[in-house]
Design a protein around this ligand. Sequence first.
Ligand code: PLP
Ligand code: LYS
Length: 424
Amino acid sequence: MSTQYSDFFPLVDGALQAEGVPLQQIAETVGTPAYIYSRAAIESAWNSYAKPLADIPHLVCFAVKSNSNLGVLNVLAELGAGFDIVSVGELERVLAAGGNAGKVVFSGVGKQDHEMRRALEAGVFCFNIESIPELDRLQAIAADMGVTARISLRVNPNVDAQTHPYISTGLKDNKFGIDIERAEEIYQRADSLPNIEVTGVDCHIGSQLTSLDPFLDALDILLALVDKLAAQGIVLSHLDLGGGLGVTYKDEQPPETDEYIRAVHERIGSRNLTLVFEPGRSIVANAGVLLTRVELLKHTEHKNFAIIDGAMNDLIRPALYGSWHDILPVVPRSGEELAYDIVGPVCETSDFLGKGRDLCLKDGDLLAVMSAGAYGMVMASNFNTRGRAAEVLVSGQTADIVRRRETIADQLSLESLPGENPCF
Ligand SMILES: Cc1ncc(COP(=O)(O)O)c(C=O)c1O
Ligand SMILES: N[C@@H](CCCC[NH3+])C(=O)O
């Protein structure tokens, strides 16, 4: 058995399964492309946080942006998860999935008035504030509603996360967070506002980190700030290190979650701080695959193409970041392998999910694009008027459609001809 297969996506009797369900069977009933998630994989990744944190005051808030499917959120809500949101839409998803608003942190640089109102109404755990205008806006809204808003400041510690530049967020030049040099002054301002309760400090330096050092460098900077503020009478009760822990897509060796948590806990020492984390990718990336079918094989003088029914509109990571995803045949064939570019039908040269993959293929074969559970479906679009894929959650021997395939009628239903719907 290849090492690319996992406990959650095993090869059984020569065919790839999600837990106990053959992917072929799902393709026959639901069609392709489809995202398939494993409940057990989500639970296992969740436990990798929950177990080492069991005896430490903590809150783990799953980053909804990484996978916002209601079925997935429901699995996490049932495990007692908190949630990290960046929009009111994500908040409504969390509530619809059975999540607890009291365990929600509201992140993001551009929260709108109506979003702040709704979050206050729902009673979120705290707002991660990223600028002075945002702080003032929240004060005004909370005052208008006659409530108090709990906040932490998302500071930008100016630490290099050593990851892809597009997903690095903790450097001075990034739009995120409050400059560490200005943090004290802004805490004092926040502390003086009547409808603001300062409760924590927060940072998120980037995503897909494969080393502990940047996390610990950022933590040291946050802890120095926590101590300084305490000396001034501003005593924080939680410290939120954001998300960012990387996963293995190909050959990366990110730290184990418990190693990360142990290192963080050690540095916190005797400080009385609830530890908050906002993991996304490390909970769901390896809990999902994109199931797709080879439409046809095209051989040119220079290249072999496998043209599939999935495309960059379904999974944009390879086109956007040059990301690697393993691509496995659902029923591996024996025979001569050729190096294939795995491409979709979209009219863009960047429409590929993998390049130069050694595979033995025939028209109609099913392929599983692995590690697609995070930043997959959430970043899907209707480019080329392609309907977005179905999503299926597998739990042991059962499979539930947790999002039906989008139809052309779904897409057209939002639009109208000139004259049919005048603005005024
Ligand atoms: C504020 C914030 N928290 C959490 C996350 C989740 O990060 P990851 O999926 O890398 O764990 C992100 C995305 O990078 C983020 O921007
Ligand atoms: N979309 C990115 C991660 C972005 C993280 C957002 N805070 C990815 O697919 O890797």
